[in-house]
Ligand binder design. Structure first.
Ligand code: ADP
Ligand code: 5GP
Length: 186
């Protein structure tokens, strides 16, 4: 079994931004592309940002036990990690980077134990989280409200992660995370 690094955070905390920076600094990592039943937004591409599945296809693949883990992260919208995706990355000798919701992160850590390093990306405050979600300009107001409503529960789970990093100044957060994963790789 290979290694994996898991990032979780309330949506809007900046974990996608941080993961992108890390992929520039390390060449042993490969991003795990999740499957989702939501529609692509902005410039998102199938097989690059997500494997976009219909609700029916997602359910069929759950029934065929093709997922390592999956969650209905938001009502009516499922996200999950396909077993085939992990095998694809480990077969190349790479370490898998995960960007999953908080419960998905906790589940993956339980499944993979010491082979996994789990990092919780904490926003400086809920107000700043809301500002970032609005500033990103990718989600409808109703979606933003759902994400903020979920943030409090998610923040209460931070202590279940191996590491908690506050994403206030982006560069400092990236440096901190880089230090954590350098130690984990060694
Ligand atoms: P997530 O993947 O956690 O949902 P994103 O990476 O999409 O979050 O970031 C949400 C928004 O916040 C984006 O517009 C991003 O550019 C911005 N952002 C990320 N990190 C910071 C930071 N440290 N300070 C200010 N804005 C940030
Ligand atoms: P978004 O719609 O902003 O891309 O993602 C919404 C949420 O789904 C984020 O919290 C993201 O981390 C989570 N997510 C993405 N992929 C997976 C996955 O494979 N499993 C789980 N459990 N959550 C995921």
């Amino acid at each position: 079994m290979g290694k994996l690094v898991i990032f979780s955070a309330p949506s809007g905390s900046g974990k996608t931004t941080i993961v992108r920076e890390l992929l520039k600094r390390f060449n042993c990592f490969e991003f795990s592309i999740s499957a989702t039943s939501r529609q692509p937004r902005g410039q998102e591409q199938n097989g690059v940002d997500y494997y976009f599945l219909s609700n029916e296809e997602f359910k069929e693949r759950v029934a065929r036990d093709e997922f390592v883990e999956w969650e209905e992260v938001y009502q009516g919208t499922c996200y999950g990690t396909l077993k085939s995706e992990m095998e694809r990355i480990w077969a190349k000798g790479n370490i898998i980077l995960f960007d999953v919701d908080v419960m998905g992160g906790i589940n993956l850590k339980h499944i993979f134990g010491d082979n996994a390093c789990s990092v919780f990306i904490m926003p400086p405050s809920v107000e700043e989280l809301e500002r970032r979600l609005r500033g990103r300009g990718t989600d409808a107001e109703e979606v933003i409200q759902k994400r903020i409503a979920k943030a409090e529960f998610e923040l209460s789970k931070a202590s279940e992660f191996d590491h908690v990093v506050v994403n206030d100044k982006l560069e400092e957060a990236v440096d901190k995370v880089a230090e954590i994963i350098t130690r984990f790789i060694k």
